[in-house]
Design a protein around this ligand. Structure first.
Ligand SMILES: N[C@@H](CCC(=O)N[C@@H](CS)C(=O)NCC(=O)O)C(=O)O
Length: 240
C-alpha cells in the first residue's frame, strides 16, 4: 500500500516530520499536494466527507480507508509499521509523549513570528513578535532543548537516540527541530548548542544516515522559507 501524505506545497512545515520517517524507512509514499491538482484534492478532502473522517488541517495521512491527522498521531500510527518505534507498547506511549512535547515546541516556535493571529501577516504583528521572541529565546528555547538533552543523557542504553538502542521517529523529528532552529535563529543556536552536545550529536548522526542524506540532497526536500514555521527574521533572533 502506498501512503498518501497531504501537506501544503512549498514549505517543509509540519509535513517534514512525517516525510523524514517515510524517507528513513524507504516507504512508498506520495506527497500529494506537490503533484498537479494535489492541493485541490487536499482541500476537497478537508471540505467534504469523501474519505472517512474530515481532517481539520494538514498534515494528514491516508492509508487505505484510514484518514489520520496530526503529526504525533501520524507518527504513532506509522512508527511500528516503519520500524521506527519501540517494540514495547508502553514505550510507544513514551515516544508519543516526547513527540507531543515536540508539537508544543513547534507551536511556540510558530508563535514567535505569529504571536497575535494566524490569519494576520507577520508585518501586522511585528511589534508583538519583537516583544515575544526574546522571552522565547531566553527561557523556552533552552528549556525545551535542555529537556531533550536530559532525555538523551538518561537513556540507559546510550545517548545516541532518545529511546532504547534503535532510532525512532522522535530522533528524526529532533533532527528537524535543530535544522529549523538553526535556520530561524542562527545567533541563538550558536550560543545554545554547546549546552546540548548530545542533541547536536544526534542531529549529526541522523544527517549522516544514508537514506536521510540522499533525501536531503533530493528535490523531495523543500527549503526553509518565510512562509514556514521556522522563519528567518533577523530582528527576532538574539541580538548580541
Ligand atoms: N496539531 C496539528 C497542527 C496542524 C496545523 O496547525 N497545520 C497548519 C499547517 S502547519 C494548518 O494548515 N493550519 C490551518 C488552520 O489551523 O486553520 C499537527 O501537529 O499536525
Amino acid at each position: 500500500m502506498v501512503y498518501k501524505l497531504y501537506y501544503w506545497d512549498g514549505i517543509p512545515g509540519r509535513g517534514e516530520f512525517v516525510r523524514l520517517a517515510l524517507e528513513e524507512a524507504n516507504a512508498e509514499y506520495v506527497d500529494v499536494a506537490r503533484r498537479p491538482g494535489g492541493t485541490a484534492e487536499m482541500l476537497k478532502l478537508m471540505s467534504d466527507a469523501g474519505a472517512g473522517t474530515i481532517p481539520f488541517a494538514p498534515p494528514f495521512l491516508i492509508d487505505g480507508d484510514l484518514v489520520i491527522p496530526h503529526v504525533a498521531n501520524i507518527l504513532f500510527y506509522l512508527g511500528p509499521r516503519l520500524g521506527l518505534a519501540p517494540k514495547d507498547e508502553g514505550m510507544r506511549h513514551v515516544a508519543n509523549g516526547l513527540q507531543l512535547t515536540i508539537t508544543d515546541f513547534v507551536a511556540e516556535i510558530h508563535d514567535t513570528h505569529h504571536p497575535v493571529g494566524v490569519s494576520l501577516y507577520y508585518e501586522e504583528q511585528k511589534q508583538e513578535a519583537l516583544k515575544r521572541s526574546p522571552g522565547f529565546l531566553a527561557e523556552r528555547l533552552p528549556k525545551f532543548l535542555g529537556y531533550f538533552e536530559r532525555i538523551l543523557n538518561q537513556n540507559p542504553t546510550g545517548r545516541q537516540q532518545v529511546l532504547g538502542k534503535v532510532l525512532s521517529y522522535v530522533d528524526l523529528s529532533l533532527f528537524h527541530i535543530v535544522e529549523g532552529l538553526r535556520y530561524a535563529f542562527p545567533n541563538a543556536m550558536r550560543a545554545s548548542e554547546g549546552r546540548v552536545p548530545a542533541l547536536i550529536a544526534l542531529h549529526d548522526a541522523v544527517a549522516a544516515r544514508p537514506r536521510i542524506r540522499s533525501y536531503l540532497a533530493s528535490d523531495r526536500r523543500l527549503s526553509f522559507n518565510e512562509s514556514d514555521i521556522f522563519r528567518n527574521y533577523p530582528e527576532l533572533d538574539r541580538q548580541d
